[in-house]
Design a protein around this ligand. Structure first.
Ligand code: AMP
Length: 176
């Protein structure tokens, strides 16, 4: 006859129950962490750089005023509120992408077309001779508004405009 020992309940209580409680507590902490994380991301949507508060989203939707230079299905060009040069204009997609790296390649042709159409209008209106096209991508590169945008800065002979990077490159070239 085979003899099977009955499980020793008191032994289980002493040795295993604390582990069981700890596992339960860890599970609860995990659950709270997950809930907390989703609260944080909800919060980020409300207070972060998303549509509700993003200045360029509001401009693209026409919720705040801007001086429109050009518009097509997916892009809008507006005068910069704090222009570096006469006619300084920003070309922005109507949909929010943070930098050029987040912008879908499929929008590339249209982005270029919007930049060209805007530049041609500006050149014609301001009798400019050329323009600088600048994309600042991320804070380190001077991006203040986390919404991809192209700066079109018109150039005329003797306008005195000094783009630090361009002048820096020229200086180096001149020294050779
Ligand atoms: P960046 O430093 O490349 O992010 O450039 C942001 C540009 O957006 C700056 O040149 C600002 O003057 C311009 N800007 C900020 N707010 C507005 C606005 N409400 N309308 C037009 N331009 C704006």
């Amino acid at each position: 006859m085979i003899h099977v020992d009955a499980p020793d309940f008191s032994l289980w209580v002493v040795h295993k129950y604390p582990l069981f409680l700890r596992a339960m507590a860890e599970e609860k902490i995990k659950e709270e962490y997950i809930q907390c994380k989703s609260k944080i991301s909800e919060h980020a949507n409300i207070f972060g750089d998303k549509e509700d508060v993003c200045i360029f989203c509001k401009i693209a939707k026409g919720e705040i005023p801007s001086e429109k230079v050009y518009e097509d299905d997916n892009f809008i060009s507006i005068l910069d509120i704090n222009p570096e040069t006469e006619g300084h204009t920003l070309v922005i997609p109507k949909k929010h992408f943070k930098t050029i790296l987040d912008t879908p390649n499929t929008l590339g042709n249209e982005f270029l077309e919007a930049i060209k159409n805007t530049s041609l209008r500006l050149i014609d209106k301001h009798k400019a001779e050329g323009f600088n096209l600048v994309f600042n991508n991320s804070k380190i590169a001077g991006q203040e508004v986390d919404y991809v945008h192209a700066h079109i800065m018109l150039r005329k002979l003797g306008d005195g405009m000094k783009l630090k990077m361009i002048n820096g490159l020229r200086d180096k070239k001149d020294q050779k």
